[in-house]
Design a protein around this ligand. Structure first.
Ligand SMILES: [Zn+2]
Length: 471
């Protein structure tokens, strides 16, 4: 036998002590009787222990060794969570730099196939809207913790054994659909129905399945679930409120919750996660902020310029630190997402800190005549108007002389809507909401599909930047 064939094939179930893991990160329903009710002091103590273990692991990862050493940091400098703010944060740009050197086994992963013992790995990626998607590898433990967290958030939102959960997220390179399937299947007792995006299962077929199989929960992007309801109501003549759906589980962002709830006659719950870390925070049935899973993450909400922490109620950018990852631990990862800490506590009684909502991405923010404009905030105004179907795209143009203008192209809900009047009303509402004047143009339903990618992809294009490139 050659030397190579002597290497052991790793087995998933043998790679983990599941009982020990479940003690450390209790799955639902145990979590809600135990860790969910910890006091803030107990939470901090557990975070501190796990943070020090995570730091020791991070020092073994070449990316951090390189990055931190260049910043003059030594291994002994960080003695507790109180020192967190002394660690230099990093962002997606640093991950991209690492990928320039090595497009798959990048040095932030911290696993070397040349020298490490084999272990079962899985890869998911970012959306890859700019360049090749970013790979993120997960060990069995990394993955199981993420699955447990997914199970917890769905339990919090009412998912129970034998429920059907229809998931309209794609089962491809990105984590969303795959992670939902694993979490539902392994940690809720419910049955995932993986319809995928409209490109994988046509929207009409998704509705037929809902009608025939009676799924209680729908997971997907809010824009797509809104589209699905309108196809049901306007094209199939089937009122979505008569279907079996009790709740929609989405990354809500600034989309209008109440209009989506009215369309479906169902609750809409907000949730927050990312490809690198999985589910980080989620609303409970009280809908009063997304509760963070603080045994798995330390979150900061900081001023994007000074990096100083923001008090509850004030908006800042999210930095995340993981407390469980072996492959690619994330230490002060600047998520570029804008949020604020929720003020006050939730009636469910948890002591975990909560964030209000995601107000947009700091990198999709457009500065227009001195005012910060998020395309997502434009979308919120549009989806609140019943004469629109929620579809829109913002076009940013540079006028000669350096002035910039944004035109919002909006689909009307049906052909009977008076376009000029609607355009005028929306322009007024947008001016009130944004504090800056935007031009509005109305088009018919479905006309923006090709631009936004509504029927093909779950990640929609909402901003087209036609400004001339700067020299
Ligand atoms: Zn709550």
């Amino acid at each position: 036998m050659s030397e190579q064939s002597a290497a052991r094939i790793p087995r998933y179930a043998a790679a983990l002590d599941f009982e020990a893991l479940w003690d450390e990160f209790p799955p639902a329903d145990v979590y809600f009787e135990t860790a969910y009710r910890r006091s803030a002091d107990e939470i901090r103590q557990i975070q501190n222990q796990r943070f020090l273990v995570q730091m020791a692991r991070a020092w073994q990862v070449p990316f951090y060794k390189r990055y931190w050493s260049a910043a003059g940091m030594l291994a002994g400098d960080i003695r507790s969570l109180d020192d967190l703010e002394r660690i230099p944060p990093f962002s997606v740009h640093d991950l991209r730099d690492s990928l320039q050197q090595e497009p798959f086994w990048a040095d932030y992963i911290g696993i070397d196939p040349e020298s490490d013992e084999p272990l079962p790995l899985i890869v998911q990626t970012s959306g890859g809207t700019t360049g090749l998607p970013r790979p993120m590898l997960f060990t069995p433990r990394d993955r199981e913790v993420m699955n447990i967290l997914t199970g917890r958030r769905l339990y919090m939102q009412g998912v129970r054994p034998f429920d059907l959960v229809q998931v309209s997220l794609s089962m491809g390179l990105t984590n969303g659909g795959v992670l939902a399937r694993e979490g539902i299947w392994k940690y809720t007792g419910a049955v995932p129905v993986m319809t995928g995006s409209g490109a994988q299962t046509p929207t009409r077929r998704q509705i037929e399945l809902l009608q025939a199989w009676n799924a209680k929960f729908l997971i997907g992007f809010p824009a797509y679930l809104r589209h699905m309801a309108l196809v049901s109501r306007d094209e199939l003549g089937l009122d979505p409120r008569t279907l079996s759906v009790k709740a929609l589980i989405v990354h809500l962002g600034l989309e209008d919750r109440s209009s989506l709830e009215k369309l479906w006659g169902a609750d809409v719950y907000d949730t927050y996660g990312c490809n690198e870390c999985g589910s980080m925070a989620s609303e409970c049935s009280h809908k009063s902020g997304m509760h963070l899973f603080e045994d798995a993450f330390v979150m900061e909400v900081n001023d994007p310029d000074t990096l100083q922490p923001k008090p509850p109620g004030e908006r800042g950018v999210i930095f995340i630190t993981t407390l469980f990852k072996h492959a690619a631990p994330m230490i002060r990862y600047n998520m570029n997402d804008i949020t604020s800490w929720a003020v006050g506590s939730c009636s469910c009684g948890t002591q975990q800190r909560s964030i209000t909502k995601i107000y947009g991405r700091s990198d999709s923010m457009v500065k227009l005549r001195g005012v910060n404009v998020f395309p997502e905030a434009v979308g919120a105004v549009i989806s609140a108007n019943p004469r629109c179907n929620g579809e829109y795209v913002c076009v940013l143009e540079g006028a000669p002389g350096g002035a910039e203008d944004m035109t919002v192209i909006v689909e009307s809900s049906d052909a009977s809507v008076a376009s000029l009047e609607l355009a005028k009303d929306l322009a007024t509402r947008l001016k009130e909401a944004m504090g800056v004047k935007l031009a509005v143009q109305i088009v018919g339903a479905g006309e923006l599909d090709a631009t936004t990618g509504l029927s093909r992809t779950s990640k929609l294009k909402r901003l087209i930047d036609r400004r001339p490139a700067r020299a």
